[in-house]
Structure formats: structure tokens, C-alpha cells
Design a protein. Structure first.
Length: 230
């Protein structure tokens, strides 16, 4: 299986930091600047310790201990690198944040299948887990699905890979009555990669595009090796 068979459902860029109490004083400024930067975004939640803006294709959360941008269905990992970089500048400038306890990026890929059985089998076809042949646990059949998580960790970074099947009920236009919608089952193979720093990250030495370029490079180089048997 090739990574090109998947599309990106969501990309999340997150930073965590020590308590930034200045958010209490600069919430209005942060909201105004982020709303201008992300067209169509509107404030949907405002509390003492966080504010949340949403548009049709993005969510921007600013909190006292962490903040994130979540982009829906970007065509590439770096598609919104410049906007994310400017968002980070707005956060750090307003809240006087100079270092991060964690910088993370999560990329969720999906591939659609025609049936529940097909997407369940797709997980097992990856052959990322070994299991004894039947009978096992008193079952005389092979396992039909699974959720597989693998994590790598060193002194500076951590990367988690997750593969699973997912089944949803989604609304689609009713071809007979255009004004109505009908529910339809949808089945997916999910490949979810979460890469994050470990230890303190100095803002002065951090570049968003360089980080996202690195995440994109590692995913394109190494994920195909994990899903090759699918």
C-alpha cells in the first residue's frame, strides 16, 4: 500500500508551555489578530484560561498552558506552514512565551473502504502484529481487526504510529429530495502519526516550516515501510 492512497483528514500543530497568565490581559488582542489571520474564523468559546476560534477548515485554541492549530483536510503537511508560523508569533508575543515544554504535530490519514469488513481486514493486512493461529481464546477463526500502536522515543523526540479501522455514519444529500439529507455508512483505515519534542525547546531556535518540513520528510520516508504489506 502506498501513502498516496490516503488523504490527510487533519493536521494538528500544538505547543505547551509554562502558565502564561498574560492571556487574561491580552485575550482580545489575540482574538483579533487570529481572526484576521484565519479568514472565516469566529470565536466559539471564551473562558478565563482559553479561547477557541473555528472556521469551516480550521480550529485555533489559545490556552494558558497550551495552544494548537487544527487544519481540516490540508492537501499537504506544509500547506499552512506560514499561517501556523504567524499564529505562533501571535501567541508567543502576546503571552510573552520564550520556551516550550513540548512542540507536537499530529497527522491523521484516512483511506476509505467499501465495507466494514474490508477496512477491518486492511488493519490486519498490514501485518504489524503477530498472533498465534486458531484456535486461540477458544476462537476457531483468525482475528478480524485490531488497533495497533507503536512508539519510538529518544532523548529529543517521540513518534507514535497508530493504525486502526473506523466506522462512521455520515450525512449525504438525498438524491430524491434535495432539501433533505440521509445517513450513509463510511468505513476507513486510519493511519495516525504524532511526532513531538521531548525537553525544553527555545523559541529563538525554533522554526515552524523547518519543523513541518522535517515531519513531512520522516512520514514520506518511513510510513510507507510500515504500510507496505497492506
Amino acid at each position: 500500500m502506498e501513502l498516496s492512497a490516503f488523504k490527510i483528514r487533519q493536521l494538528v500543530f500544538e505547543v505547551r508551555y509554562d502558565d502564561a497568565f498574560l492571556l487574561w490581559d491580552c485575550a482580545g488582542r489575540v482574538h483579533a489578530e487570529l481572526a484576521k489571520l484565519w479568514p472565516g474564523s469566529k470565536l466559539v468559546q471564551s473562558e478565563a484560561n482559553q479561547q477557541l476560534l473555528k472556521s469551516d477548515d480550521a480550529e485555533i485554541m489559545t490556552g494558558i498552558r497550551q495552544a494548537h492549530v487544527a487544519v481540516i483536510e490540508p492537501s499537504t503537511i506544509t500547506k499552512f506552514a506560514d499561517q501556523i508560523a504567524e499564529t505562533l508569533r501571535i501567541w508567543t508575543s502576546a503571552m510573552n512565551v520564550g520556551k516550550f515544554n513540548r512542540v507536537g504535530t499530529r497527522v491523521i490519514y484516512t483511506r476509505k473502504y467499501s465495507s466494514e469488513e474490508a477496512s477491518d481486514q486492511a488493519v490486519m493486512d498490514l501485518e504489524l502484529i503477530q498472533h498465534p493461529p486458531p484456535p486461540f481464546f477458544n476462537h476457531k477463526v483468525e482475528p478480524y481487526t485490531g488497533e495497533i500502536t507503536i512508539t519510538w522515543r529518544d532523548d529529543t523526540t517521540q513518534t507514535r504510529f497508530l493504525a486502526k479501522s473506523e466506522h462512521q455514519s455520515i450525512e449525504v444529500p438525498n438524491l430524491e429530495k434535495a432539501s433533505e439529507k440521509q445517513k450513509q455508512a463510511a468505513h476507513f483505515l486510519i493511519v495516525d502519526i504524532d511526532r513531538a519534542t521531548r525537553g525544553t525547546v527555545d523559541l529563538a531556535k525554533f522554526r515552524v516550516r523547518e519543523w513541518l518540513d522535517g515531519v513531512a520528510h520522516l512520514i514520506s520516508r518511513d510510513v510507507p515501510k510500515l504500510i507496505a504489506k497492506g
